[in-house]
Each structure stands twice: as structure tokens, then as C-alpha cells.
Design a binder for this molecule. Structure first.
Ligand code: NAP
Length: 296
């Protein structure tokens, strides 16, 4: 039985630990704070701990579902745990900057650790169903060795390039999440406030080249202003747009449009919607109470 330590029992880590255990792997789930562990059902295949050393000791693979690059550094590299990672494979699945992933890879390699990145597109439902889109930054040899194991999470992991390449591709994807959601929210807000039937708007949009499936996925939440029960919270979108802007600026790319999207995300967070679903961008685009008075 393969033994895996999953570090970070947030939204994605919890689902990942559950899926690995359901598919027969022996999982130790670790989290910095104990609160998240209390919600996890322990079984003969899934145990939980806040003791990092005991999570890592039996593991062949250490899977990272931590919030960001700083969290990874603080857990794996800033303390004394590094020496216990030698000979293990560390799989980084969260969304971090390409530079962060490359420097973590270098520092872990110096400790004798086999590191690669496998950030994902998709969220909790796709993870639980094993249908994530996996972007892999690794050597071809690592990819050949790890491909079958990665299929636990998604049917067709894709080798993008060396470490850093998949992290960059993931940021390119998440920039689209922010930009497409903002663009749709703006059009929906105008349609709604002009009193046009929403279904008429969609009857034109859906068959057109402008349509993206995410529009229908987020439509009802926006109309109902129901942003609870997030899969992907607004605060992580802000993090990812900042990472995109840093990486793009370093490549001489004009980030002005993405900075404007970032400002929308920041306004949503200022409205207290940082921990809600990112469809909350609609609330920043079309604030309640800002409707003009209608004169007949
Ligand atoms: P989350 O629910 O916010 O969980 C974040 C986890 O990171 C928690 O376990 C938290 O532990 C831990 N953490 C944060 N700072 C830490 C530190 N300094 N030291 C130790 N642990 C720390 O996030 P998530 O939604 O699961 O996402 C995890 C990663 O995957 C992020 O990079 C996110 O962008 C990416 N991602 C998310 C989704 C999604 O749909 N949610 C999809 C694709 C990729 P505590 O409980 O102790 O705070």
C-alpha cells in the first residue's frame, strides 16, 4: 500500500486526502491548526495529525495543498523538518509562482528530495471525481514514473515542461478565471439593470463565439447574490492575479487589464467577500443600492 502524507487540510487538501484513501492508499493528513482536522473522518486508511514529523516519516510521497509559496517554505524549509524529507518525493499541487516553485525545487534538491509540481485546473467536485486537469512541471523521467499515480486526480496529466513551466501555465489559466468572470459580471449587470430578460441575453450569448461554460456555471449565484459554500474563494483569486502580474511583468507583458480585474477582486474582498465563492465579483461590479432611480 502506497503511503502518502498530505500537507494542508484546506478545501482541496481535505478532498485530496479523502480521494487517496478511498482509492486504497494509506494517508496521513497534516494541518498546521487542529480545527480543520476535527472535521476529517479517520479510518484505517486515513489518520490525522498536527505533528509534521510523524506525518512525513512513513510517507513515500508528500503532497502539498498549502495556500502559497510562503506557507510551503515555512513548513518544509524554515524549520528542522528538511533532513527528514531526504529520499522522498514532494508533489506541489497548489498555485504558486514559477520562481517560487523553482527556488523551492533547488532548496529541496540540496536536501536530497525529489520535487515536482502538478498544479490543477478544477476544484473540489472535479478532485473528488478524479477529473482534474493536471499540469505537470517535472523531468520526463519523473513524469513517466509519476503519471499513473497522478491519475488518481485526473485522467490525463500533461507534462508541460520543467519545474516552473506548469506553475506559469496555471497562472495563465487563473488569469482567465478572473478576467472572464469580471467580463461576464459586467455584461450581466448591464442586462439586468436595463430590464432585459436574462434568458434573452443567454440565447444570444450561448451559441456565439463569445460564450464560455463558466458563464452558466456562475450565472445563478450572481443573480441570487449567493456566494456561500465556496469551492475556490475570492481571496485565492487575488493571490493568483498578483502572482500572474508579477510573472507577466517580469516577461515584459502589459498587465494593465489584469490590474483592473485585480481592483475588482480587491473591492469584493473589501465588501467582506474574501472567503466566499469568486462569483462575488458580481457584487463588486454591481453593488446593491447603486441602481439608478427609474423615471417613466
Ligand atoms: P485553503 O482552503 O485556504 O487552505 C489553505 C491551507 O494552507 C490550510 O490547510 C492552511 O492551514 C494552510 N496554510 C496557510 N498558511 C500556512 C502556513 N504559513 N503554514 C502552514 N500551513 C498554512 O486553500 P485551498 O482552496 O485548499 O487551496 C490550496 C492551494 O490550492 C492554493 O494555492 C490554491 O490557490 C490552490 N487551488 C485551489 C483550488 C480550489 O478550488 N480551492 C483549485 C486549484 C488550486 P490552516 O488551517 O492552519 O490555516
Amino acid at each position: 500500500m502506497t503511503s502518502v502524507a498530505v500537507l494542508g487540510m484546506g478545501l482541496m487538501g481535505r478532498a485530496a486526502a479523502g480521494r487517496l484513501a478511498a482509492l486504497g492508499q494509506s494517508v496521513v493528513a497534516w494541518n498546521r491548526s487542529p480545527a480543520a482536522l476535527a472535521e476529517l473522518p479517520t479510518t484505517d486508511r486515513l489518520s490525522v495529525t498536527t505533528d509534521l514529523a510523524s506525518a512525513i516519516a512513513p510517507a513515500e510521497r508528500v503532497v502539498l495543498w498549502l495556500a502559497d509559496g510562503a506557507a510551503i517554505r515555512s513548513v518544509l524549509l524554515d524549520g528542522a523538518i528538511g533532513s527528514q524529507l531526504a529520499g522522498k518525493t514532494v508533489v506541489q499541487m497548489g498555485t504558486i509562482a514559477p520562481e517560487e516553485s523553482r527556488s523551492i525545487a533547488t532548496d529541496l534538491a540540496a536536501l536530497g528530495v525529489d520535487y515536482y509540481e502538478a498544479p490543477v485546473l478544477g476544484s473540489i467536485p472535479e478532485l473528488s471525481a478524479g477529473k482534474l486537469l493536471l499540469m505537470v512541471g517535472a523531468t520526463p523521467a519523473q513524469f513517466d514514473r509519476e503519471r499513473a499515480w497522478l491519475q488518481t486526480f485526473g485522467p490525463e496529466p500533461l507534462l508541460v515542461g520543467p519545474v516552473g513551466a506548469a506553475a506559469a501555465l496555471k497562472l495563465a489559466m487563473n488569469q482567465l478565471i478572473g478576467s472572464l468572470t469580471t467580463a461576464f459580471a459586467a455584461s450581466l449587470a448591464l442586462v439586468e439593470r436595463e430590464g432585459i430578460e436574462i434568458e434573452t441575453f443567454l440565447q444570444i450569448l450561448r451559441p456565439s463565439a463569445l460564450y464560455a461554460p463558466t458563464f452558466d456555471k456562475k450565472l445563478q449565484r450572481m443573480l441570487d447574490r449567493d456566494f456561500d459554500r465556496p469551492n475556490f474563494p475570492t481571496k485565492h483569486l487575488l493571490k493568483d492575479l498578483d502572482l500572474f502580474n508579477q510573472a507577466a511583468t517580469a516577461q515584459g507583458i502589459d498587465t494593465a487589464p489584469v490590474q483592473a480585474v485585480r481592483a475588482v477582486v480587491q473591492r469584493a474582498i473589501a465588501l467582506g467577500l474574501g472567503n466566499t465563492d469568486y462569483s462575488a465579483l458580481f457584487a463588486a461590479i454591481a453593488p446593491e443600492g447603486a441602481e439608478p432611480e427609474r423615471t417613466l
